[in-house]
Design a protein. Structure first.
Length: 262
């Protein structure tokens, strides 16, 4: 527990300067975190050719930094970009020509994780361009939901939420986490941003809290399939980058989707 607390304090102290500076510095942070996250996923598959590993890092970084100066938040989602990625990884099966070590399943895995990590960390950076308070709003939703779901589950948890994916999560903990995540997140938004009606913000925050829990379960399902507890041990007591950011990344994507829709 002591190691976990110390690591958490160090993470916060490292993150705050990048958050406050924003701009180029936040792009650097997002790029680094994205590349590490891709590494955490890519290492789950063995025998990926070295040239494809290098190419995947380059393509992912391109996606992460793509059109960060654009006011169109979803410029990254376009047909030529996705089609190009698909062709690159489809052709890699033929170029590699060794079905004992590298198959179409591996190519689709690489295509998926490069696209997912690229989109998620592109959004991670882009939301800082929207505003500092918007970043804090998403962080509050994710952290409050996770924290109160944990303690709520320990105190009142009886019914398993999704036993095969995450045995420790309970329905009661999820409800309590959603409740407090919605209350804290909505209050912050209404008081400090306040550019929408209170009812809309409460409903939005409620949905984002659920999105965050889906993100946690989604990445947990990947870990369970591969028989690992954490994606890596890069953060002592916490695991990997994706172990810490899984909920937040889904909250940010959901929030940007809301912005796009309205």
């Amino acid at each position: 527990m002591k190691v976990r607390i110390v690591s958490a304090i160090i993470m916060v102290l490292v993150y705050i300067p990048f958050l406050m500076l924003g701009g180029y510095w936040y792009q650097v942070l997002g790029g680094i975190l994205g590349i590490i996250s891709l590494w955490e996923l890519m290492r789950l598959k063995k025998d990926i050719p070295l040239y494809l590993q290098v190419l995947s890092y380059m393509l992912c970084l391109l996606l992460i930094l793509y059109k960060q100066d654009s006011k169109e938040y979803f410029d990254i989602i376009n047909f030529p970009m996705i089609a190009s990625l698909f062709f690159i990884y489809s052709f890699s099966v033929i170029i590699n020509c060794n079905l004992k070590k590298y198959t179409y399943k591996d190519s689709l895995w690489l295509f998926s994780i490069v696209l997912i990590i690229g989109l998620m960390f592109n959004a991670f950076i882009k939301i800082r361009f929207i505003g500092l308070y918007e970043v804090l709003y998403c962080i509050l939703i994710a952290t409050m939901t996770d924290t109160f779901a944990l303690f709520g589950g320990k105190l009142f948890g009886k019914n398993k939420l999704c036993k095969e994916i995450s045995p420790n999560k309970t329905v009661e903990g999820s409800i309590i986490g959603t409740l407090f995540g919605t209350i804290v997140g909505s209050t912050f938004y209404i008081l400090l941003i306040g550019n929408r009606s209170s009812l809309v913000i409460v409903l939005l925050t409620f949905v984002m809290s659920i999105f965050g829990q889906f993100g946690d379960l989604f990445f947990s399902s990947i870990k369970r399939e591969h028989g690992i507890k954490d994606f890596s041990n890069i953060i002592p007591g916490h695991g990997g980058i994706l172990d810490r950011l899984d909920s937040l990344l889904f909250v940010i994507l959901g929030f940007l989707l809301y912005i796009l829709i309205i």
